[in-house]
Design a protein around this ligand. Structure first.
Ligand SMILES: NC(=O)c1ccc[n+]([C@@H]2O[C@H](COP(=O)([O-])OP(=O)(O)OC[C@H]3O[C@@H](n4cnc5c(N)ncnc54)[C@H](OP(=O)(O)O)[C@@H]3O)[C@@H](O)[C@H]2O)c1
Length: 244
């Protein structure tokens, strides 16, 4: 049977662990080659991802850098242009939780980090990747958001501010591409068994939550060239028929 993403090239941020790692593997299992981004401190995790992707018969290119380095994002865009001339799939998944505390207790440094990693990096990727996604016959952008419980939840202000902003960027980009072959969607994961979730809700039994591999299938669906969904905020829990 033909794989759904045969011959596609996908860039996944936050590919060292959690949802991003599972998504990189699921895209590769469906025939995509992967460009995997995480920080240099996660080199070992990236190398083990590389091994698994190669075992699936796909190519993997590791690009370890910190997303706070906007110039490195632009350089990556230029390298993709030089080597492949196009990009089919961009998954903007990497994010930090930041401090869960009253707005007045968040330090300037922490607030700026939330903006830099969760928002600005995704905008900068869109800026540098736009011509490459347009060079694809079916560019697919998936941005990971959050917030089944609303974006004004007490003590979650820094993180939710960043997710509201990046969601808006994604939906705006979708509207700007109504007449191109680029489709842009947002995924709202809901609680998933990852280290970020364990940090956010430490009292919870992780075994009660869906594994990252379960949500990865939704990314495959939205990344497929024949998927016509565009400009949607897709709740994983609704898609999977799960109660939250
Ligand atoms: N898990 C949930 O319940 C849940 C719910 C709603 C939304 N989400 C969203 O889902 C996405 C994935 O979350 P997750 O739970 O899988 O989180 P995670 O396990 O903490 O993984 C986060 C990933 O982002 C990368 N990252 C963080 N800061 C970075 C930076 N400065 N530069 C480069 N890479 C960086 C990490 O790489 P390093 O190895 O370099 O740290 C890691 O690969 C996030 O957007 C999150 O907000 C998750």
């Amino acid at each position: 049977m033909t794989k759904r993403l045969e011959g596609r090239l996908a860039l996944v941020t936050g590919a060292s662990r959690g949802i991003g790692r599972a998504v990189a593997l699921a895209l590769a299992a469906e025939g995509a080659d992967i460009i995997a981004v995480a920080r240099p401190r996660s080199q070992a995790a990236l190398e083990s991802l590389d091994d698994e992707i190669r075992a699936l018969g796909q190519n993997c290119t590791l690009v370890p850098f910190d997303l706070k380095d906007g110039n490195a994002i632009d350089r990556l865009g230029a390298s993709i242009h030089e080597r492949w001339g196009k990009l089919d799939i961009f998954v903007g998944n990497a994010a930090i939780l930041g401090p869960l505390s009253p707005l007045g207790h968040i330090s300037v440094k922490d607030f700026q980090e939330l903006l830099d990693i969760n928002v600005t990096a995704n905008w900068r990727f869109i800026r540098t990747l736009d011509p490459l996604l347009k060079a694809s016959d079916a560019g697919r952008v998936i941005i990971v958001s959050s917030g089944n419980n609303g974006k004004d939840k007490a003590y979650w202000g820094g993180y939710m501010m960043s997710k509201a902003a990046v969601e808006n960027i994604a939906l705006t980009y979708s509207n700007e591409n109504k007449i191109t072959d680029i489709n842009v969607n947002v995924i709202n994961p809901g609680p998933i068994r990852t280290s970020m979730r364990a940090k956010a809700v430490p009292g919870e039994n992780p075994d009660d939550l869906p594994a990252p591999e379960e949500i990865a299938e939704l990314f495959v669906e939205l990344a497929a060239p024949d998927c016509e969904r565009n400009g949607e905020v897709v709740s994983f829990y609704d898609w999977a028929g799960l109660d939250q």
